[in-house]
Ligand binder design. Structure first.
Ligand code: PRX
Length: 686
């Protein structure tokens, strides 16, 4: 029986009898060993993988202290391996060639495909040969701008197989952003697709890529090849909306398709190459290039406080061990599981937990092209039922969005296969956590709230199914190899209960090694603030039981009358109110308190924004946190300004809160028009 106490959820779920780590004692022992003797701990794990040459130098060498010289991290010095070989050949050689690697589920439920490990390996070799024939060699950067199709996985593994470095740019980015990233990486090849349907919307990737390539060539970046997957002729176009209104797709059908229904693309024979033509002519065998474990595997751009994106660079050996191990333990992966991560591969979650972590474990996954609400709001649950998914991984923003539609779309499907439900990307408020647990998980699953960053490569704070008693909203405890500390503003360590800067005292294998082309920025961003520590930029609280509660970015912290408050804490209280679907709180300067709270609330369907509700919400925050935390302003938000990855752009909200229309660059928002609407809805007294 699952046990649910006032605020503790025992791990007694479906996984408990068989989990890789089945008790807190075992977790503590393993964690202690991983810190005391990293070589013994990770050395044992590394035996599961193929290394062409063994470690010759130090197993681990690093410097985290800027006062003692350059920051560096090196794991498994001198060993040679290839991550693609470990993802594919290793399993095929072990007789698992016929096992399903991916169930591809298209945007339209009618589109589906199955890919085995054996087929994946052959496809990867073919593409690796195409790249080699174009002169792509070890260390060269290849940009990838693709939808969630199997060719995206094939492309990244092909790049890794020949020792090149992939730089994947999320398919929702603009031509400018793609060009900026290609320029920074000096990418010599681009891999893209003609287009993709995301829900009812068409995203004309090739058209955007063409514009990006023009921008690159204007700045003298010579791109040798644009390898284009022909995708549109294989998928079902969206049907007209049932309510009679023209779906966005109908407009796109007129502008982007010819009379025969073929998708139109502009073609530059000097650079454009059809994937299917090049690949069908290529050999399905290609020897992997044996790489130094510290050679770069990929770079992935994340936004930085200065505005210019940083190319977070990961290396091969440590990332391989870390993504494989976190996947195995955090999701308690076992042979026979069907795993479904909804993240796009264009983000780190997709890199580590759609491609590398699952494939390194020989897992079977669902690769989903679409969106959670198309063609209906139960799409995730329908997919879970269809493939009997046992391990599911999504983001709080998706959970909250789906919560808005109530329990009925979930209850329509048989979700009894589920055993572990993961969350990632932002603090998950207890309401969303509990809904996920009770409604989606039928109170009989383990919830894993995984805290990590693009920079950390894999989970760094997470519960382990079957071992960790969870508290809704807490990411719980550090993963193996992770040495957590909380520091105050002066860098003094906060031992025991308390709140401060979340930092790590030493490297785990999956930590980033540098910012591509700018090691100084790496040192300044992550190591300058506190000598000897990697600084996450997040705040966290440790409670009296030692649980870590990540409170959000430090820049989202505010100080009201001398009290440090996290916006996440306030938002979580607001969302507890049944009329509130989503909330965002920001700081607004205040002449007496220093800062005060300005909150934006999106209401659940059927509710109206009125004075009575505002009073109730203020009371809610007051009663959950304290009178000092009571918001000074609460305004209605028909939607929140979110980036395409679902992150709320708080700097825009801060501007609205002070009545300043100088919003800066809002082009990366999923819906930039929301900003103007929010501005108009500002309460008069503000
Ligand atoms: O603020 C933390 C939040 O997301 C940031 C990292 O964002 P990104 O590099 O885009 O990677 C997202 C996917 C790993 C962190 O600094 N964050 C991520 N996961 C959590 C979280 N905050 C609280 N709880 C989490 N589980």
């Amino acid at each position: 029986m699952p046990m649910e106490t006032a605020n503790m959820f025992n791990p007694a779920s479906k996984v408990s009898k068989i989990s890789h780590c089945s008790s807190m004692e075992q977790y503590k022992q393993m964690h202690a060993k991983s810190l005391k003797d990293p070589e013994a701990f990770w050395g044992e794990i590394s035996k599961e993988f193929h290394f062409e040459e063994k470690v010759k130098g130090k197993f681990l060498d690093y410097n985290f202290d800027t006062t003692k010289g350059k920051i560096f991290v090196r794991w498994l010095e001198g060993a040679k391996t290839n991550i693609c070989y470990n993802c594919l050949d290793r399993h095929v050689l072990a007789g698992k060639g016929d096992q399903v690697a991916f169930y591809w589920e298209g945007n339209d439920p009618a589109d589906a495909e199955v890919v085995t490990y054996g087929e994946l390996l052959k496809d990867v070799c073919r593409v690796a040969n195409v790249l080699k024939a174009k002169g792509v060699a070890k260390g060269d950067r290849v940009a990838i701008y693709m939808p969630m199709v199997k060719q995206l996985v094939v492309a990244m593994l092909a790049v890794a197989r020949i020792g090149a470095v992939h730089s994947i740019v999320f398919g929702g980015y603009s031509a400018d952003s793609l060009a900026d990233r290609m320029m920074d990486a000096q990418a010599s090849v681009l891999i893209t697709a003609d287009a993709v349907w995301r829900g009812p919307k068409l995203i004309a990737l090739k058209e955007i890529a063409d514009d990006a390539l023009k921008l690159c060539s204007a700045k003298d970046l010579k791109v040798k090849m644009n390898l284009v997957v022909q995708h549109m002729n294989k998928v079902t176009a969206p049907q007209p909306a049932s309510n009679g209104t023209a779906a966005n797709g109908n407009v796109a059908k007129k502008t982007h398709f010819d009379d025969k229904g073929n998708f139109k693309v502009n073609w530059d024979p000097l650079v454009d190459v059809w994937w299917h033509e090049a690949v069908s002519a290529a050999s399905s065998e290609c020897d992997p290039v044996w790489m130094d474990t510290e050679d770069p595997l990929f770079m992935l751009y994340t936004s930085g406080s200065t505005g210019k994106p940083k190319g977070v660079q990961h290396t091969i050996g440590g990332y391989m061990l870390y993504t494989a191990t976190t996947f195995k333990y955090s999701f308690d992966y076992h042979q026979g599981d069907v795993y479904f991560c909804t993240a796009d591969i264009g983000w780190i979650t997709g890199h580590s937990y759609v491609t590398y972590g699952p494939l390194l474990n020989g897992a079977t996954s669902v690769l989903f092209e679409g969106v959670p609400t198309y063609p209906h709001t139960g799409r995730f649950w329908e997919i879970i039922e269809k493939y009997k998914v046992s391990k599911f991984y999504t983001a709080p923003t998706a959970i909250r969005a789906l919560m808005k539609f109530g329990d009925e779309p979930v209850k329509k499907y048989d979700l009894s296969s589920l055993a572990v439900l993961g969350s990632v990307g932002e603090p998950i408020n207890p309401e969303a956590w509990l809904w996920y647990y009770r409604v989606v998980g039928d109170s009989n699953v383990s919830i894993v709230d995984t805290f990590w960053q693009t920079e950390t490569g894999g989970h760094v704070i997470t519960p382990l199914p079957g071992a960790t008693p969870c508290k809704p909203g807490s990411a719980c405890f550090p993963f193996f190899g992770v040495d957590v500390a909380l520091l105050d503003e002066e860098g003094r360590e906060i031992k025991g209960e308390g709140e401060g800067y979340l930092v790590f005292r030493r490297p785990w294998p999956g930590i980033m090694r540098t910012v591509y082309g700018n090691h100084e920025r790496f040192e300044t961003t992550y190591f300058k603030k506190f000598s000897g520590f990697y600084c996450t930029g997040d705040g966290a609280r440790r409670d009296s039981d030692g649980y870590i509660w990540v409170t959000g970015r430090i820049d989202d912290m505010l100080n009201v009358s001398g009290h440090l408050l996290s916006t996440a804490q306030v938002e979580s209280s607001l969302v507890e109110h049944p009329s509130v679907a989503e909330a965002a709180a920001v700081a607004r300067p205040h002449s007496i308190k220093g800062e005060c709270l300005y909150c934006f609330v999106t209401l659940t369907e059927g509710n109206t924004f009125e004075d009575k509700l505002v009073a109730e919400l203020k009371n809610k925050v007051r009663s959950k946190i304290g009178a000092f935390a009571s918001p000074d302003f609460i305004q209605l938000a028909p939607g929140l300004p979110k980036t395409r990855s679902g992150k709320i752009m708080r700097r825009v909200l801060r501007k609205i809160a002070v009545g300043d229309k100088d919003f800066g660059d809002i082009s990366t928002l999923a819906d930039p028009s929301i900003v103007e609407k929010l501005f108009e809805l500002r309460p008069k007294e503000s």
